[in-house]
Structure formats: C-alpha cells, structure tokens
Design a protein around this ligand. Structure first.
Ligand code: BGC
Length: 879
C-alpha cells in the first residue's frame, strides 16, 4: 500500500478522481466495443469540451478565493458576438477582433470585480446580474441572430497543427509535442526530487518514482500516437493546445507564485489573510477579472468551433464549469482546489457525456447520471473532510494510527497546488511555503495550499477546531464507512440499472436497425400528431357548429398579445417584426414578447398580457404543454387563443391553430433525403443518420413522424441503413434546437460509427441544425453527406446555392403571420375565422381547428425561382 502511495505521489485525493476517470473510460471502452479510445473520438472530446475546461480553469481560482461566477456563459456569449460583429460589420482584422474580444472580457471582469471587491456585494449577486446583463447585451447587439466568423477564428476553435517537413505518416508537430512533454516530465521530476533532497525533505523511494515516470510516459506516448495518427490533416487540436498551455500557466501561478498563495489564503480565511498583510480586495478583483478574460477566450473558442456566434451560446456553461471544479475536489467553502483537479473533473463529465451518447443513452438519462456523479463526488469530499482524511483512496492506503498520533501516510496533502503532480508536473515535489498554509481555514483539513499539513488531516490525535465533528478512529468511522459503502452500492446499482435497463437501443441492436422503436413515442400525455382515431370524431366538427360558437367582436384598437418562444431560428425573429408591423397597420395595440429566459418567462408574459386585457393571444410556445394554467385564465377573461406554428397541447384553452402542415414538412424532408441520395450518392444501400428537433416543441415529433413515414419502409427494406442504430425520436432529439447539441452528437456519431465507413445522408429537421451537422462533418474531414433542412435561413440558402446543404423547406413567414393577423381581424368583427383542417390536430384534449399552409421543398434545382419574390432572399439567389 505504501508503495502504491509512493507511486502515485503525495496526493491520493486527486488520484481518486484520476482513477474514476480511468474507470469510466474503461467502462465505456468495453460497453461501446472500443469506440471511446479512437483518435477521432479523443479529438472530439478535446474540441467539444475545451471551452468548458478553460472556464473551469478560471472558475477554480474564483472558488478557491471563496467566490462564484455565474456570469461566465453570458460573458462568453457577449464576447463571442462582439468578436463576430467586429469582423463582419466593423471591418476589424481577425487578430484585432480577438484582441477586442479579450479586452471586452477584461473590462467586464473589472466591472464585476469592482462590485465584488471594492463595494462588497457578494459575487453570487454581482455575477447573477452579469448573467442577465450580458445575455441581454449579446442578444441586443446581435439582434438575436447568428453571425458567422471567418476561417482564422474557426482555426482557434477546431483547427489542427500543419505537418512539418518530415513525412513520417504521423503528424510530426504532435510527435514533437509529445516528446517534449515526456522530457519535461522526467527532467522536471528529477530536478524537483533533487531539490527536495537538498533541502532535507522526504522523497518517495527511487524505484517508485521511476515506475511512476515510466507509467506516465507510456500514457503520454500512447496519447501522442493517437493524436498524431488520426485522419490526414489532423493533429493534437488547437483548442487542446490552448487548454494545456493554460493549465500549465495557471498551475504554476496557483502553486508557485505569491499571487497564487494569496488566492488560497483569501479563500481559506480572509481575515487571517488580511492580518497577514494580503491585499484581499486586490486579489478578489484580479480573480474576478481573470475569470471574465477566460470566459471571453472560451467564447472565442466556442464561436470558432461552431463557426458562428449565436444568441444562445453559453447557456448553462457556468454550471458545467462549476461542476467540473467541485468534482475536481474544490471545497464549497473556498480555500481548496487545484487547476488540474478541475480539468480532470471536467473530463469526467465530458467522458460521461460522450460515453453515454456513444451507447445511445438519451439526454434525459445522461442528465440524471451526471447529477448523481456530481453529488457523489462532493459527498465524498464532505465525508472526507469530516473524517479529516484526504480521500477514500487515502483511507485505503492509510496505516493504522500510531499511539503518538503520527502522520498517517496519504494524509495531509489534499488539494493544494502540489497536486499538480497528477499531471506529471515536475513542480509537484517542491514544497511551498508562505502565507497560505497558516491562513487556511481551520476546518479545511488537509487543504493547505502547499499540500502541507496545515491541518490535522490524518493525524487522529491532533486537536480539532471547535465545532468540527469528533473524529474517532474506532466505531464512528467504521459506521460512517459502512453507510458510505452502502450508499455507494445503492447509487452504483441505480446507475447500472439506468445505463442498462433504461438504455436506448444500442448500435448493435438489430431491433433498433429496424427503425422507429416504441420508445419513440413519448410516454405520458398524448402528443400532437396526425389524428387517426379521433379524426372521425373531428369530422363531426361542422362549420355550422363552429359558427354557433362565434363570439361577439371587440373594439378595433384592442390589445393583441403575441408570445413568441426563444429565437432558435431566423423565422421567429422575422415573425416578430411582421407581427409588429402588421398588427399596428391593422390598428391594434400590441404587446409582442420573446421568452428567451424559458418557459417560466413565457408563462409570466402571457399572464401579463391577460392582465393588460388582451383580446386575442397569439402564442408560439416554447413548450406547448406548459402553458395550460395561463391559457385557462386567458380564455376565462374572454380572450381568444391562437396557437402559432407550434400546437398548444393538453389544454382545452386553445381556439385555433395556424401553421404550416408540419407532418407534410417531415414527409418532404424524408423525400428530399431520398432524392438527394439518388442524385449524389450512387447506388444504394446508403448510410444515414437521423436528427430530430427539441423534445419540448410539439412540432418536433410531428416532423419526425412525417419523415419516418417515408424513410422507415426504406430502412426496413435495407435501402437505408442507420448505422448507429439510433432511430427513435428520443435518440435523435436535439434539446433546445441548439446547434451545439447537434454538432456534438454528430461528432460522436462520426467518431464512433463512421471512422472507416462513409456517411451518405443526414435527416436534419431544420437549417440551424443542418449547418451544425455540416460543420461537424467538415471538421472530421469527411465527404459532405446529403443533408435536409427547413426554414430558408440565409446561410442555408447560400449553402444550397454552393451545392453543400441539399434542401430546405420554404415556410413563408410572411404568409403565416399574415394569416394569423387575418384571424385576429375576423375575431374583431365577430366572425368565425376560416380554417381548412378540422381533424388533424388533436392536442390531447380536443381537436384544434387549424389553418394549414403548404410548405415548399427547395433544392439547388429550384432555389432561384422559389425565392425570386422573397424580400430578403431574392438578392441572394439572383444577385
Ligand atoms: C418551427 C421550425 C423551427 C424550429 C426551431 C419549430 O417549431 O416550426 O420552423 O426551425 O421550431 O426554431
């Protein structure tokens, strides 16, 4: 056991996390039959998570200093949009735009740092305000649109090192980097060891150090080979390089500079630090400012990877970064944590995500599992603290306490910067000194910034600080340990059940290859779909009866409320303007709102419209099933409710539905995919993958059903092959309609399922996601598949003209808004609005009379004529 401890260095708690990471990787490697540890997947893991890990690097310093930063996602998004606009609209060169972006981060950081450090407002509040402020600023500046960025920026977010002169068949800069890392590790460890000996310190036996160095070198060499031997043109990715540089820089800063020690001191016990002469306000200011600069950098990297800056970039990134930091061993109370630990914590989450996705586990279960892991990690931490021990591993490695209360092996050096030894940092062995150890809060046992026993960790007989739980090496400990083990077993079995029992069809499942699985139908409330059974009942909904339900009109200048969802595609932004202009021109008062803050915000907006006396509510719901209460009140107040584009479900309180024929949209997408494959991909069989929209949008399932009505028979007869086996709606869904979610899933599919195989086509439910899919395929260096879309977004129309994206669906927003306004006019005059469908849209409670418009399929063949009269697109298609 001692040997093991010597082998792993002085910080078993950190190693606990490394072991967890190794165990996870091994688990997924086995479960996915080797898909995790491939060059392509390793690159994806880095590219897809580097920006979160960069945030974690900044966040751990904030948390060590005893604060929190909730604004990082919004700051990243704001800096990202400034970057994109600076190049597109303000004429800045990329290098100048990057500089501007980082300066924006610094300025925001100074602003927030000022409030926290010099005014004394808690960071939680200041950054909560910042979260709203900079999200709003991002959307105001970019008009909630997506702004593309040029190649130079894309390089920073997903580029590779070019090969050098020697053609080794491997990427030689990557080889050189790997070699340098091994040399640095060996020489650094050696130097540190000699210095410790010279100073009279204790070092592990030589043999243990040599074995450790050899093991780490083998790991680095293997990783180097993986990164160097990927598909031609790839290497260790640029975002990875940025991350590694930051980790080295900040580990050094935290562990080996006075500034670093002061940060630990401030978080450990700020009063003591102040009395020791530390300028605590300055430290707080700097830490907050640094965080925002790194957030700007993360925004830049993300925008580069996504190839564009969007209005929802950065949403909930702060939570990912904070989870990484806590999983990595930082203390909620401040004073404890390491840069490398946080990066490992972030990697644990990233591997979980990636592995579960590769296994085809849905996004819902993935969240559950990630939540449990976070809780478990912090529970360990808290448990260890109350026990005065560094970790479970530390417990296992611990010797029986000696009567004299001697220092137990594996103790004392919890999460100080010396833990950087985990990454093989040569700095590890250097024992630091300074204010940190003495200033660390007394309850943070084992957490001295220098890994010193600034506490009684492992020293069973040392005096305990007042108020801390008594530590008895006897029965108390074994009882807690038993409880902990029991808890672990319960959680472990839960996880096992979730992964195996609740798992979706795996890539190897023949049933799943068959197409739609029964779990494609969400459980619970019935979803809107082409009514089958209820249709007959609907037939009896006669025009006469509807006429009988006519309501009296209302004054022509009444208030009309328009509640729109998040701006997840351009058509929503366009709709806003068209509603404003159209309703005003018709003489109505209007209240048009977007609910970028989510469902609760939309509920409040509708409530407010009702309170203000709106006579008609036009609702484009985020989640059509979550507005029942507000709609009931609207109808009770005498208002008429029109569902716009997305059906309102599970409520009787909806009068009309105006939309494009969503099922037909799906059918057209399915047909376009087949036609594109025939035209562009030679004879069948064709490999395809399926993407669906956000599960909370009622339209998503209808689009998917429509498309599958065309594709399923071809999957069944073998013309189409969904190689991943992910054919259910739940597996194909893209939470929040977010491009980054689609891009990440495509990355994973490409690495896991298509390393050697060609991908011929992708069903994409809309244009935003189609472009994300194409970006991912391009980054993987593969031939472009046939990709469908919807919405006629400007960038997608350009892409169709270039022969990249295959198709889109033209849903003329002007016509849709125009029809909704025509309904309002009818209602105002006491007439019954015209509908052309009284049987298709059963919302779970009633059949909603609908006016359905005809969608039009657009490909390169008809793109010019399709948009010849479109006010925005005509100049693009016929310049
Ligand atoms: C709309 C689509 C749009 C998607 C994302 C759907 O409800 O019908 O046109 O692409 O939402 O905003």
């Amino acid at each position: 056991m001692n040997y093991l401890k010597d082998l792993f260095g002085g910080d078993p708690r950190q190693f606990g996390m490394v072991f967890a990471l190794v165990a996870l990787v091994t688990f997924f490697q086995v479960q996915t039959e080797g898909l995790v540890l491939t060059s392509a997947n390793l690159m994806n893991l880095l590219n897809g998570n580097a920006y979160i890990l960069v945030l974690a690097v900044g966040m751990v310093l904030v948390i060590i200093a005893g604060h929190i930063d909730l604004s990082v996602g919004s700051v990243a998004a704001f800096a990202g949009i400034v970057l994109a606009l600076a190049m597109r609209d303000w004429g800045l060169a990329p290098w100048a735009a990057v500089l501007l972006c980082l300066c924006v981060g610094a300025l925001i950081g100074a602003w927030q740092g000022f409030w926290v450090a010099y005014v004394g407002i808690p960071a939680f509040v200041v950054t909560l305000a910042g979260m709203m402020l900079f999200r709003g600023a991002n959307q105001a500046l970019g008009h909630s649109n997506t702004i593309p960025v040029p190649d130079d920026i894309q390089y920073l977010g997903g580029g590779y090192l070019p090969p050098l002169a020697y053609d080794t068949g491997l990427n030689d800069p990557t080889l050189a980097l790997g070699l340098a890392a091994i040399l640095w590790l060996v020489l650094g460890t050696w130097r540190a060891r000699r210095r410790t000996l010279r100073l009279g310190g204790e070092v592990p036996p030589l043999g243990a150090t040599v074995v450790r160095l050899m093991a780490l070198s083998v790991v680095i060499a293997w990783l180097t080979y993986q990164f160097a031997s990927g598909r031609p043109g790839t290497s260790f990715p640029i975002p990875g390089l940025i991350l590694v540089s930051l980790v080295i820089l900040y580990s050094f800063l935290a562990g080996h500079t006075i500034l670093g020690r002061h940060i630990y001191a401030v978080g450990g016990n700020s009063q003591a630090a102040r009395l020791s002469g530390v300028d605590t306000r300055r430290i707080t200011f700097l830490v907050m400012m640094n965080m925002s600069i790194l957030a700007a950098l993360a925004g830049l990297m993300f925008v580069g990877r996504a190839t564009a800056s969007g209005p929802f970039d950065g949403v909930s990134w702060e939570l990912d970064a904070i989870s990484a930091v806590f999983i990595g061993g930082a203390a909620v109370s401040g004073g404890v944590g390491t840069v490398i630990g946080s990066v490992i914590g972030g990697l644990v989450m990233a591997v979980l995500n990636n592995g579960l996705q590769l296994m085809g586990v849905g996004a819902d279960l993935t969240q559950i599992i990630k939540g449990l892991v976070l809780l478990l990690a912090v529970a360990f931490d808290v448990y260890n603290k109350t026990q005065g021990r560094p970790s479970i591993l530390g417990l296992l490695l611990r010797q029986r306490p000696t009567a004299g209360g001697g220092h137990a092996p594996g103790s004392g050096s919890a999460a100080g910067p010396a833990a950087s030894s985990v990454a093989g940092s040569p700095a590890a062995a250097v024992a630091g000194t300074g204010v940190g150890a003495s200033a660390v809060r007394s309850t943070d046992v084992g957490s001295g910034p220098n890994g010193q026993p600034g506490s009684d960790a492992g020293n069973q007989n040392a005096p305990r600080p007042p108020g801390s739980p008594p530590v008895s090496p006897g029965q108390g400990t074994s009882k807690r340990l038993t409880l902990l083990v029991l808890g672990l077993v319960v959680l472990g079995s839960g996880l096992w059940y979730l992964v195996n029992g609740g798992r979706q069809a795996t890539p190897t499942s023949p049933a799943a290859r068959g197409g739609l699985t029964t779990d494609g139908q969400p459980s619970g409330a019935p979803l809107p779909q082409q009514a089958t059974g209820p249709a007959s009942a609907a037939d009896s909904v006669s025009a006469a009866r509807r006429q009988a339900g006519a309501r009296p009109g209302f004054p022509p200048n009444s208030l009309i409320g328009v509640a729109l969802p998040q701006k997840t595609s351009e058509n929503w932004v366009l709709a806003e303007q068209l509603f404003r202009d159209g309703l005003a021109a018709a003489g109505f008062k209007l209240d048009v709102q977007f609910a970028n803050g989510g469902v609760p915000e939309q509920q409040n907006q509708i409530q407010t419209m009702v309170t203000k006396g709106a006579r008609v509510l036009i609702v484009g719901a985020i989640d059509g099933s979550q507005l029942g209460g507000q709609l009931r009140e609207a109808v009770a107040s005498g208002a008429t409710v029109i569902a716009y584009d997305r059906l309102l479900t599970n409520t009787p309180a909806v009068d009309y539905y105006v939309a494009f024929d969503n099922y037909k949209v799906g059918v057209l997408q399915g047909q376009a995919l087949l036609e594109g494959l025939r035209q562009r991909k030679g004879p069948p069989p064709w490999n395809i993958e399926l993407f669906a929209g956000s599960p909370d949008d009622a339209n998503s399932q209808v689009f998917f059903n429509g498309a599958m009505s065309v594709l399923q028979p071809r999957i069944s007869d073998g013309t189409l092959v969904v190689r991943s086996g992910q054919t259910s709606f739940a597996q194909a869904a893209t939470p929040g309609w977010k491009a980054e979610n689609a891009q990440r899933r495509m990355d994973t599919l490409l690495a896991g399922t298509y390393p050697q195989v060609k991908l011929d086509g992708v069903l994409s439910p809309n244009d935003t996601l189609a472009r994300a899919v194409l970006t991912s395929v391009r980054a993987a260096g593969k031939d472009l598949p046939v990709v469908t879309g919807q919405d006629s977004e400007v960038e997608s129309v350009k892409s169709i003209l270039r022969g990249e994206q295959y198709s889109t669906i033209n849903k003329d927003t002007g016509a849709l808004v125009g029809h909704a306004i025509a309904m309002v006019r009818d209602l105002q005059q006491g007439k019954v609005p015209a509908v052309n469908d009284d049987h298709s849209y059963f919302n779970g409670v009633k059949i909603v009379p609908a006016y359905l418009l005809e969608p039009l399929i657009v490909t390169q063949a008809n793109v010019r004529e399709a948009y010849a009269n479109d006010p925005i697109l005509k100049s693009i298609v016929n310049p």
